[in-house]
Design a protein around this ligand. Structure first.
Ligand code: G3P
Ligand code: CA
Length: 252
C-alpha cells in the first residue's frame, strides 16, 4: 500500500495482531492484515551472521524457546526456535520471521513500519550495517517510499536520511517533550514523530503539525485513550488489538 494513499487517522497493528497472536510472527501479521489495517508495525535486529530478523527483545527468553541474546545466534539456529508456544500451545511451531518474509506477506495489502532496534546500531557503519541492508532491500523491492522506517536511535535515521532516495523516516521517543525532538525530526526530514502516547497533548501535536510532521502515538489499547488521542489530533495509533477499534477507523 502506498504511503501517499493512506487515510488518517491510521490504526497500526503493533507487532502484528499481538493481542491475540504471538507478536512479530507471520500469523500475527497475517491476522492483522485480514483485519483491514492500513499499516503493520514490526521490530528488527541483526543475527550473529548479520541477517535481519523480526523480534522485539534483545534476548530470546520472553518470546521464544531459546536463551541468551539474539545477536549471539545465526539465522539457521534462530529459525529452529519456537516463537509461538510462549503465547499459546496453539501457536507452537511459529518461527522467528526474517524481514523479507513479512514484506512479501504484506505485499500491496498494507504499509509496513519497520522499527530498527537500537542494539543493532553499529557506529562504525559497516557496509552490511542494518540500515544499509534495509535500504538495499527496499530499493530492490521498489518499496523505499512505501514503508515507514522508525527508530529510537537517531544515528540510524541520520544514516538513512543521507541515502537517495530517502525512505520515510519516523523518530521514536519515550519521555521526551523537549524541542530537541523536533530538531532531530527536522535534521532527518522526518515523516512522523512517533511518541509514547502519555507524552502527547494537543499543543505538542499542533506544534508537530506546524513543522509538517505526522504524529503517531504508541502503544494504546484502551478504547477511551484511543478516542482521546484522535480527538487531540494524532494521525496514527499503534495498538495490539486493531479489531477493538471501530471498523471505519481501522480501514480508513
Ligand atoms: O513503534 C512503536 C512502538 O513499537 C515502540 O515501542 O517497545 O513496542 O517497540 P516498542
Ligand atoms: Ca516496536
Amino acid at each position: 500500500m502506498k504511503i501517499d494513499g493512506l487515510r488518517y487517522p491510521l490504526i497500526i497493528a503493533h507487532r502484528g495482531y499481538s493481542a491475540r497472536y504471538p507478536e512479530n510472527t507471520l500469523i500475527a501479521f497475517e491476522k492483522a492484515l485480514e483485519s483491514g489495517v492500513q499499516m503493520i508495525e514490526l521490530d528488527v535486529t541483526l543475527t550473529r551472521d548479520r541477517k535481519i530478523v523480526v523480534i522485539h527483545d534483545e534476548t530470546l527468553y520472553r518470546t521464544t524457546s531459546g536463551r541468551g541474546k539474539v545477536a549471539d545466534y545465526t539465522l539457521t539456529e534462530l529459525k529452529m526456535l519456537d516463537a509461538g508456544g510462549w503465547f499459546s500451545d496453539r501457536f507452537s511451531g511459529e518461527a522467528i520471521p526474517v524481514l523479507t518474509e513479512v514484506l512479501t506477506l504484506a505485499g500491496g495489502r498494507a504499509t509496513v513500519n519497520i522499527e530498527i532496534k537500537p542494539e543493532a546500531y553499529d557506529p562504525r557503519h559497516p557496509k552490511d550495517a542494518i540500515e544499509r541492508q534495509i535500504w538495499r532491500m527496499l530499493h530492490h523491492r521498489h518499496l523505499l517510499t512505501d514503508v515507514l522506517v522508525s527508530s529510537f536511535e537517531a544515528e540510524i535515521l541520520a544514516e538513512l536520511a543521507r541515502m537517495t532516495p530517502k525512505p520515510n523516516l519516523a523518530f521514536l521517543t519515550k519521555g521526551r517533550t523537549d524541542t530537541g525532538v523536533f530538531d532531530t525530526c527536522r535534521k532527518i526530514d522526518a515523516f512522523s514523530w512517533n511518541a509514547h502516547y502519555r507524552d502527547l497533548n494537543r499543543t505538542r501535536v499542533e506544534n508537530a503539525h506546524d513543522l509538517g510532521l505526522k504524529v503517531f502515538a504508541y502503544t494504546v489499547n484502551a478504547p477511551d485513550d484511543i478516542l482521546a488521542l484522535i480527538d487531540m489530533g494524532v494521525d496514527g495509533i499503534y495498538t495490539d488489538d486493531p479489531t477493538a477499534v471501530d471498523m471505519d477507523l481501522r480501514c480508513g
